[in-house]
Design a binder for this molecule. Structure first.
Ligand SMILES: NC(=O)C1=CN([C@@H]2O[C@H](COP(=O)(O)OP(=O)(O)OC[C@H]3O[C@@H](n4cnc5c(N)ncnc54)[C@H](OP(=O)(O)O)[C@@H]3O)[C@@H](O)[C@H]2O)C=CC1
Ligand SMILES: CCCCCCCCCCCCCCCC(=O)OCC(=O)COP(=O)(O)O
Length: 381
């Protein structure tokens, strides 16, 4: 007998419902087995007490559905496992091919890294060198560049053939230095395959207190310098119909947080410029990748400038708790190898904040205002 609570749907039940497959029947919870006991006695394929197999008693239609159920059982028990293993195999093969292609892309490629003397730039130099790239290391400090070159030349923990890097010393914030530096870069190996615009400087201060010179300095280093260098190297890439420009931006190129006006503005400008460039140079087969990391454990906060242009000189907790620069450098290598166009390398909250800024701007702005109120109290403002 059916319980009253089961009654309403039974009138829609087909006259000869297909019995559940073995797998399903096994999975059916005990409560349901009790509720359905006594129902559909004629259609149950189980052996009754009098020993008569209900299969042999069933009508033609029921037999057909029983047969279908048994075939399904067979298919699921025999085909699903090989099918699953096949999918895993194809996926692994695809990933392996992708990895091999990415590795081949950077092997023997001429890769320019700006800001190679510290943090993410130095780690990029290490991972691209180990991947077989011909490096042009750029920075302001010639001695630090030479030291890194010696370190890389001495390192042998790689199976691919490595190359001795070339170094070029210049200041990205000096507009007059860029054209000469680009010529020097081109002289190193004769051409450039990948330009990684990594060098940058951060900032701490209020808009009200910050001198315009500081805004300009941050923009020169983070925006106009990389833009000038890219423009200087682009014609040779276009001539060869080959090249890849990478901009190390920041999650602050997508969202703006208080007391970072100059830095966030420079990174937003970077995102915009390189997005435009990507669209324009696609016809010349040139790739553009914008990378937007969250906090990385580097010297960025130590080297940041403040409202009056002096050095901030503090290792912020957020920076100290940031991702390891070597991991981020490996992610940059992977992004370049896969010719990714836009990559965010940040934790969940900043990544979600990017969507919040677009989908619920009022909420995002009030969160930022409350962040400003909290941060204003203890320090630097
Ligand atoms: N650390 C972080 O939390 C994050 C960093 N980023 C970005 O990563 C990039 C690398 O920064 P990171 O490694 O963290 O910081 P670091 O301060 O450790 O390194 C910055 C590098 O940029 C170089 N640089 C600074 N100013 C100039 C200049 N005027 N001309 C030439 N080179 C210059 C520095 O050279 P020098 O040694 O001579 O000072 C140094 O090599 C930056 O673009 C930064 O905005 C993005 C998101 C998060
Ligand atoms: C739907 C839920 C969404 C939750 C979102 C809550 C809002 C969270 C705000 C997060 C702000 C994150 C700021 C991240 C800043 C950052 O990672 O910057 C990277 C840098 O470039 C570091 O530079 P800095 O000089 O500022 O150290």
């Amino acid at each position: 007998m059916e319980g009253p609570h089961l009654g309403w749907w039974t009138q829609f039940r087909p006259p000869h419902p297909a019995p559940p497959t073995c797998a399903l029947r096994r999975a059916r919870p005990a409560r349901m087995r009790i509720l359905t006991a006594g129902r559909g006695k004629n259609t149950s394929p189980e052996r009754r007490e009098d020993g008569i197999d209900s299969f042999s008693m069933a009508s033609a239609a029921t037999r057909k559905s029983l047969l279908r159920a048994r075939v399904m059982d067979l298919v699921t028990s025999t085909a699903i496992l090989p099918l699953l293993l096949g999918c895993v195999g194809v996926f692994s093969l695809f990933k392996l091919l992708q990895w091999l292609r990415a590795r081949a892309y950077v092997r023997n490629a001429v890769v320019v890294v700006t800001g190679a003397t510290s943090g993410l730039g130095r780690e990029c130099a290490r991972v691209f060198h180990a991947a077989g790239a011909k490096l042009v290391l750029c920075g302001r400090n010639a001695e630090a560049l030479e030291e890194l070159t010696r370190e890389l030349a001495a390192s042998q923990a790689t199976k691919v053939q490595t190359h001795k890097p070339c170094t070029v010393t210049f200041d990205l914030a000096e507009p007059g230095a860029i054209v000469g530096a680009a010529a020097e870069i081109l002289q190193c190996f004769g051409y450039v395959d990948v330009l990684i615009n990594n060098a940058g400087i951060s900032y701490r201060g209020t808009v009200v207190d910050t001198s315009l010179d500081v805004d300009k300095r941050v923009m020169e280093t983070n925006y106009f310098g990389p833009v000038a260098l890219t423009k200087a190297l682009l014609p040779s890439m276009i001539r060869r119909r080959q090249g890849h420009v990478v901009a190390i931006s920041s999650i602050q190129g997508k969202i703006s947080v208080p007391f970072r006006s100059a830095y966030a503005a420079s990174k937003h400008a970077t995102q915009a410029f390189f997005d435009c460039l990507r669209a324009e140079v696609e016809q010349h087969d040139i790739e553009v990748t914008v990378v937007s990391p969250g906090y990385i454990h580097t010297n960025l906060s130590l080297n940041a400038v403040t409202a009056d242009g002096s050095k901030y000189g503090v290792m912020d907790e957020t920076t100290a708790r940031g991702r390891s620069p070597s991991q981020v450098a490996r992610d940059v290598l992977a992004a370049v190898g896969k010719k990714k166009k836009d990559v965010v390398l940040a934790d969940a909250a900043p990544s979600l904040a990017v969507y919040l800024r677009t989908l619920a701007p009022r909420l995002f702005f009030s969160l930022m205002a409350s962040r400003a109120r909290k941060e204003r109290k203890p320090k630097h403002c």
